[in-house]
Design a binder for this molecule. Sequence first.
Ligand code: SF4
Length: 438
Amino acid sequence: MKKVYIETMGCQMNKSDSERIVGMLSHFDYEECTNPREADLLIVNTCSIRQLSANKAYSQIGVWGKWKRHRPIKIGFCGCVAQQDREGLMKRFPYLDLVFGTHNIYELPELIKRVEAGEQVCAITEIPYKTDETQYKIERKGNLNAWIPIIEGCNNFCTYCIVPYTRGRERSREMDVIIDEAKKAVAQGFKEITLLGQNVDSYGKDFKDGKTTLANLLRELNKIEGTFRIRFVTSYPTDITDDLIDAVDECDKVCKYFHIPMQSGNSEVLKKMNRRYDREQYKSIVEKIRKRFKHVTITSDFIAGFPGETEEQFQDTLSAIKELQLDYSNTAAYSPRERTVAAKWTDKFLSEEVKYERLERLNEVNKEACIESNKRFVGEVLDVLVEDVKVRDGKRIITSRAGNNKIVHFESETAQIGDFANVKIEKASMWCVKGTQV
Ligand code: SF4
């Protein structure tokens, strides 16, 4: 067996892609290794959401390029930066053996044969490479959570976002294929299925049959026998339909958790971001969800320092987090991405100093929101899945995750990784809650 090492950067979609890449390579006598120095083939699966992530990928292959002087290794570069930089990568890093884009993952078996024959290969297309993907294994990481992509790409073209350019337009996978993948994961013992999509609640729109929807997919997955739970990320606010909320309510295996990026609390900024909602619409979606589910959590994403954002507009973001009682938010300073609309508004760019000062204040408000959210669960009983067990001072300390995504710690003599339990919450701290098993 030859060895492949894959360094994965960025989101869960990339992690899922890496599991598929390793699975495919296993059909060609490659096994995954965890030490890059032992690998015959090294691949970096890249993220281009921020310049920082792209730079990290360039520096990674720079290091591997030096190793090539001493060992006959092959180096591959894939993911969103590959889709964006294309042939330019081969010119910049001539020691690369393989560059393949987000649409070319399933072309990998053919590409690898050419690379092994000594060819330098660059495969980037705008149209996904068509194949019967079910013929290949998926080498899933761990044994708790199985990532299952259900829709790839995005049609929204938010003015700051590179995704529609690197992942292309929305393409939903067939419901049968997804259900089959989920059944296999449950049979293998996975306790959680996470449905992935850059715009997961847009699932099925491209089928135009009215039946292929995220709500109906959840209903079908909920019928699979076994003890497991189902999540889905990431939701676009206005694609959360009443039917989807009904399905989450009806399906006992579906976690009462929504990740709904708001991006800005100011309606004018949202318009410039080309988000298709304003502050009030977002608020009404959040209120609708909160009314329906007792223990629901709603998390979000925000950008600090979007081009032209005034201090008053930024204040609206801070007030939105408080007013909507968002449970947690991922935050980032605006980072211009080549090819996007907002990247051309250079005269409106804010200084790095202003962006990072705003980000700091955003993070402070986010921390306060987080602790307030955790306090709301004191006295409540949450359903948790055990993720880790550590022994400290002779006590077994359990780290678990509730259906609503809260990190819950408790002590137990018996709980094992993969067990489900109910925990009464007694204490709240900033990033987690603590309680007693009941
Ligand atoms: S909806 Fe999300 S993935 Fe699509 S363009 Fe906007 S930010 Fe990017």
